[in-house]
Structures are given as C-alpha cells and as structure tokens.
Design a protein around this ligand. Structure first.
Ligand SMILES: C[S@@+](CC[C@H](N)C(=O)[O-])C[C@H]1O[C@@H](n2cnc3c(N)ncnc32)[C@H](O)[C@@H]1O
Length: 222
C-alpha cells in the first residue's frame, strides 16, 4: 500500500468515526442556556443537520435523572435495547444505562463535594456499555494531593481529586484491572491569581485531564 493510500484510508476512518459518534450524540446541562447551542453551530460552521445532537436537561444529583448503579458487564448486559435518537431526547439519562460508548464531562466534578463526586461517577459508570473501549473522559480542577482548592484570601473551597485518588475511585467502581485510568495535571491558564481573581494566591491552579477506558474483564463491577 502506498504512503498516499495509507493516508487516505486513515483520513476516511477518522471521518467515519466522527460521523458515527455524532449520529448518537446527546448533550446535558442542569439548565439549557438558550442560544448557546446556536452560537456553537455558528462558531464551528455546523448545522442541526450536519451535527445532530439531542439535549437532555436535568440535575445530575437527582436520582430520577441519574442514579448510581453497578456498571453493566458482558455477563450482565443491559436488558433494554439501544435507545433511538428520538427516545434519547427523553427526560432522564437513566434511559441510556448500559448503552453509552463515550461520556465527556467538562469542568463538572470539581463543582461538587467528594461524596457527590462519587455519586456522579457511579451514575456515569452505569451508563457505559460493557464493551471494552467504552470510556468516560473529562477535565476539571485537580491537585497533587486530594483535598480542597482554597485560594488565599478567598472563601472558595472546592474539593479536588489528585490523579492517584481519581484512579482509586474509578478502579473501586469498575474493579481493578477492568479499566485503564489515565489522569494528568497541567498548570491552568490564568496563573496563580487566575486572571487576577485571587491576587494573593500562591498555590497554582491545575487542570486534571483524564480518561477511564473499559478493558476486557470477566470480573463483575463492584
Ligand atoms: C463550569 S461549566 C462547564 C461547561 C462546559 N462543560 C465546559 O467544559 O466549558 C459547568 C457545567 O456543569 C453543569 N452543571 C452544574 N451543576 C449541575 C448539576 N447539578 N446537574 C447537571 N449539570 C450541572 C452546568 O450546567 C454547566 O454546563
């Protein structure tokens, strides 16, 4: 195979992957901000036809919207059939349990205390398909040692995981050896003062970028 045809093949698989993802995509926020999605289409030069995404509004802490259940496994797969795009636009993320290939969460987890972060993690884990390769990924504020982000001279206190405690949390949910967890800290943009919001702060802010990928594993979820 020539270098040129290899490149063409790799480009078309990227396009196929992209197309198959967007056919099944849904987005969720606590409250929909009207106009935001339309601005996104304008920014990325997409349309509701080229980027068909449903939207589910709800409180992720409300168990009728997302409840914590043990992850499905190949030995105990979901009893429901894969929902169609229309039924995805229903009222609850729980309808998607066991059928989701990839979940992305952006700057979400650090908004909640440690116990609630675990509740959300267990809820999202229950949405994942048992297929190896299905994954949850995201980014949020993180710390070198798990604990509170508390910038000097401010009342802000946000519980943040470290890469190690984050790995422990997910391995506790799926079972050790049943997931590959990657987590890395990167200095956040905005400097120690976070764009001047915390002028006296000297404890640098870090973003934690992470992914949790299911592996082929016989062990049932914990
Ligand atoms: C800091 S914004 C991040 C927005 C976007 N994901 C990003 O990466 O830029 C936090 C997001 O968390 C969502 N959120 C906060 N509390 C929530 C809750 N209790 N249930 C569902 N979503 C929530 C908000 O709706 C908002 O979209």
């Amino acid at each position: 195979m020539s270098a040129e045809s290899r490149q063409t093949e790799s480009m078309s698989s990227k396009i196929l992957l992209h197309r198959s993802v967007i056919k099944q995509m849904t987005a969720s926020m606590k409250r929909r901000i009207f106009g935001l999605w339309e601005t996104g289409h304008e920014l990325f030069k997409s349309t509701p036809q080229s980027f068909p995404t449903s939207f589910i509004e709800g409180d992720i802490l409300n168990t009728s919207f997302l409840s914590a259940i043990p992850p499905f496994t190949k030995d105990s797969p979901p009893a429901t059939t894969v929902p169609s795009l229309n039924s995805i636009a229903s009222e609850s993320l729980n309808d998607l349990r066991g059928h989701v290939s990839a979940v992305y969460t952006g700057y979400l987890f650090h908004l909640f205390p440690e116990k609630q972060q675990e509740q959300i993690a267990r809820g999202l884990a229950g949405l994942l398909s048992p297929e190896p390769g299905s994954m949850i990924l995201g980014v949020q504020d993180g710390r070198f040692a798990k604990g509170f982000l508390a910038p000097a001279a401010s009342d802000l206190r946000m519980f943040c995981h470290s890469p190690e405690s984050w790995k422990e949390l997910w391995e506790g949910i799926f079972g050790k050896g049943c997931v590959e967890v990657k987590a890395e800290l990167r200095p956040a943009v905005g400097g120690d003062s976070f764009f001047g919001m915390f002028p006296q702060n000297k404890d640098p802010f870090h973003n934690m970028e992470w992914s949790v990928t299911r592996l082929d594993c016989k062990e049932a979820g914990l």
